[in-house]
Design a protein around this ligand. Sequence first.
Ligand code: AMP
Length: 173
Amino acid sequence: MSIQHYVHLIRDVPDFPKPGILFKEITPLLQHGPALRAAIDGMVAGTRDMQADVMVGIESRGFLFAAPMAYATQSGVALIRKPGKLPALKVRQAYALEYGTDLIEMHADAILPGQRVLIVDDVLATGGTAQAAAELVASVGGIVAGFAFLVELGFLGGRPRLGDVPVCSLLTY
Ligand code: AMP
């Protein structure tokens, strides 16, 4: 069954985490085995041509997709985390959120120079997080081969911010 069959498992939560934000809440989809499998299979199929060596997951829901995608493609996983979580030498990038500003960090040796990297998250909203992730990857010499999202909020205009790099999203609102 394709992911389109399971769209009802993504629920809208109005005014979370701030008034005016319509939050796309994916935990019902995660709880449903066939839907989770359809999501991972769809994201793997939609990114195969990008020929990534490493999946970079963005904390925290990006991890849930990056790891099984890496398992399915026999690639590795690298982590982009919120500040203060990573113990070793790291690089850091500031970015603007749909609701506020924040920082992300990655270990400086998480990606080797020249490795092809796929940046993975659950939702593409304004694109600020993914854009900052791409800058982190590039800052350590990685090649951003593409981006993968389960959900794209097209009306927020995130995709153009990601430049010419291929973007896979399974469900667009
Ligand atoms: P952005 O940087 O605006 O593209 O935001 C992307 C990140 O914030 C992702 O990690 C999402 O999990 C989260 N996010 C932002 N807006 C929403 C939303 N409306 N619904 C669900 N998650 C969101």
